[in-house]
Design a protein around this ligand. Sequence first.
Ligand code: OGA
Ligand code: MN
Length: 289
Amino acid sequence: MHDVIDIAVAPLSSACGAEIKGVDLTKELSEPTVRAIKQAWGKHLVLVFRGQSITQDQQLRFASYFGDLGNRRKAPEQLRSRAEGIRQDNEKVLLVSNIKVDGQPIGAFGEGEFWFHIDSGYTPRPYKYTFLYALELPSSGGNTMFSNMYMAYDAVPPSLKEKLKGKKALHIHEYKRAEKADVSGDISHIPHHYHPVFITHPDTGRKTLFVDRLMTSRIEGVDARESDAILEQLYAIGERREFIYEHVWQLGDFLMWDNRCTIHARTDFPKEEPRLLRRCTVEGEPLHE
Ligand code: OGA
Ligand code: MN
């Protein structure tokens, strides 16, 4: 018997992003369907499934088709209050929310704007993939923007590519969303890791730009002022409008993205309006130029 794969892939922008139609994420998926999704993912980097109604277990089952589920990163003791919520009872799940119960946040990432970043880019093995499902949304704003970092890499001037060949950059996270970590003093207590400025995507073999405004702070072996100037130039390339798909959420939207070749950010939203999304990830691996 032939397995009929009846999914449709509709691109959402010329940068990245595609909507997948014809998949019910409450169901177990056949291998050919998963293969078709992987193929579309490799091409579009960010996939959107609309109108889904899935439990936490169904979300985790779907994510596990793409690798080993990621554990929530534990913040060091002194930063924990910024990173943890009180309703986080499964180590594979992170609630992304501004909701508070009895004055305590139920999840992470609170309110407001969130600068461009790579999920867990400050660790030795940044998550390969992130999966985010919308449960409660504000009346406007809180859009998630994704930038295609293959395109960004291609747009880096050849002379700068040459200059940065073999160079690594510091990725560091103090659990703030619109402010860089302070790297002027001792950073040993702040989670950080050095990754190449340009990485080769482990699956596609394509080069991609691996820096972001929120967490990338310093290029190793380059004088601080010059490093700042170069990073500003690289952030600006990564955030060029023509490389970005901006997702306007609807309830029931399920998104998945590849953290090795995209960066993402969130726009501001009315802070008194509840927003709740459920996130899980797939564990990553060390990255190389
Ligand atoms: C995330 C994230 C953005 C958003 O969950 O990793 O960056 O729109 N979320 O809340
Ligand atoms: Mn994120």
